[in-house]
Design a protein around this ligand. Sequence first.
Ligand SMILES: Cc1cc2nc3c(=O)[nH]c(=O)nc-3n(C[C@H](O)[C@H](O)[C@H](O)COP(=O)(O)OP(=O)(O)OC[C@H]3O[C@@H](n4cnc5c(N)ncnc54)[C@H](O)[C@@H]3O)c2cc1C
Length: 284
Amino acid sequence: MIPSPFDYAAPTTVAQALDLLADAGDDVKVLAGGQSLIPVMKLRMADPTMVVDLGRISELTGVTDDGDSLLIGAMTPHHVIAKDLLIATYAPLLAQAAATVADPQVRHRGTLGGALVHADPAGDMPAPVLALDATLVVAGPHGERSIAAADFFQGYFTTAVQEGEILTHIRIPKYVGWGSHYEKFTRVAQQWSIVAVAAMVRVEGGAIAAARIGLTNMASTPLRARGVEAALAGCALEADAIATACAQAADGTEPASDLNGDAAYRRHLSQVLTKRAVLSAAGL
Ligand SMILES: Cc1cc2nc3c(=O)[nH]c(=O)nc-3n(C[C@H](O)[C@H](O)[C@H](O)COP(=O)(O)OP(=O)(O)OC[C@H]3O[C@@H](n4cnc5c(N)ncnc54)[C@H](O)[C@@H]3O)c2cc1C
């Protein structure tokens, strides 16, 4: 199918984009890489009368060293996230997850901001952003606001970004002395996650001092596996002890059942993948 007719604008600044959104009213959509929006428009599941393309706003693309944190423009494509030197140094978890998204074509068009605002439960970027304790910067008619990743994802395909707002940047604290790993389970190559686990681990004196675990596709939003994180704090660097802690990975989750696997299978996967991710992040 082809989309319904729509007006198109390609502003060159965030301020212009916000004015266009304010003028257009309810039936407007922001276009980033188009890898989710265009298919949805072709199926006429979204029918905007106006599309505001962020692709010409240079201030929204790139990775900047901002003191204690990295500032990533929302329009930065997945393939840049996967290869950027600053991200490789201070947040390699994000790079590893971005490299698992779809295929090279999708990674060249799709953006970090688009993937986060789209908020597909099976999407690979939200769980790492949650595990990294990122802050999401949103611009709107009343100025700028910062939203903790823990408050950003609100339900199936639903985030804290309101009508008339644009996600402009993702701020990620610099991590030094942490190991990380993104463990993604699919049936075939280049597939969406059936379940995936984003693990951050800091090792001190032969034990795990701290851990942060994000789960992909274990509920309508990405989740932190808080029980596992608590059990891993102080845990000896031994495979059996880590496996025991990771057995709590499915606690508090509400995975869906679909053709790729039922909820019980996903719960089992979450335990297995969390163990693998933590072992790898801890260097075992
Ligand atoms: C064949 C295929 C396979 C894929 N496989 C995977 C996969 O394995 N893993 C995975 O994670 N993803 C996968 N994706 C999705 C891909 O990651 C997309 O890039 C992503 O979901 C959307 O990013 P986008 O930049 O294309 O956003 P768009 O499609 O342009 O936009 C998506 C939504 O977000 C809104 N939006 C976008 N940017 C902003 C912003 N800055 N501020 C406010 N609203 C905004 C749009 O209005 C729209 O509602 C796949 C896509 C395709 C086509």
